[in-house]
Ligand binder design. Structure first.
Ligand code: PNS
Length: 162
């Protein structure tokens, strides 16, 4: 059983410094972290999985301890398939808690070998979400404090040239 691998799943639409903060701290605990982009048919994404991957790869800057992957279907099935047992999620505020609690409980009931570890988002990013970033960027606001430069560029290309 490889315990030193963790899966960090999410929509990453797009990746933010909040995600990267959780990733960096996850790497203090785990040898390898797999960023798993959910190919989530229910959520309408601004970016394609390929575009998300490109931005994530740029942001991780060749870090050999991070792998970037995507998955369809249930997270528990993906985690089982790759032989992992731990999922990392960032927790921002109380509003995240209920959803995360439900999801972790459901996932654990579907796969008792899998556990979810929560990390509190750093104070600088607890109000940052991909959704708010997209809204600010769509109205021409600056998001450079919250996302890597390539993400800011891609957001401008997508949202301001409509
Ligand atoms: O970044 P997000 O949108 O908060 O991430 C949510 C995500 C992708 C981790 C979650 O929706 C997920 O795991 N989707 C895959 C489908 C699944 O396993 N759903 C069961 C959750 S109870």
């Amino acid at each position: 059983m490889i315990k030193r691998i963790a899966v960090y799943p999410g929509s990453f639409d797009p990746i933010t410094y909040g995600h990267l903060d959780i990733l960096t701290r996850g790497l203090e605990i785990f040898e390898k972290v797999i960023i798993a982009i959910a190919n989530n048919i229910e959520k309408r994404s601004l970016f394609s999985v390929e575009e998300k991957k490109e931005m994530i790869l740029e942001a991780i800057n060749g870090n050999k301890n991070v792998l970037v992957d995507s998955f369809d279907g249930l997270l528990v099935d993906y985690v089982k398939r790759i032989g992992a047992h731990i999922v990392i999620r960032g927790l921002r505020a109380m509003s995240d808690f209920e959803y995360e609690f439900q999801m972790a409980s459901m996932n654990r009931s579907l796969n008792p070998d899998m556990d979810t570890i929560f990390m509190m988002t750093s104070k600088d990013y607890f109000f940052v979400s991909s959704r708010t970033i997209k809204e600010v960027a769509a109205f021409g606001g600056s998001v450079s404090e919250f996302v890597p430069p390539l993400v800011e560029k891609r957001l401008k290309e997508k949202l301001l040239k409509r």
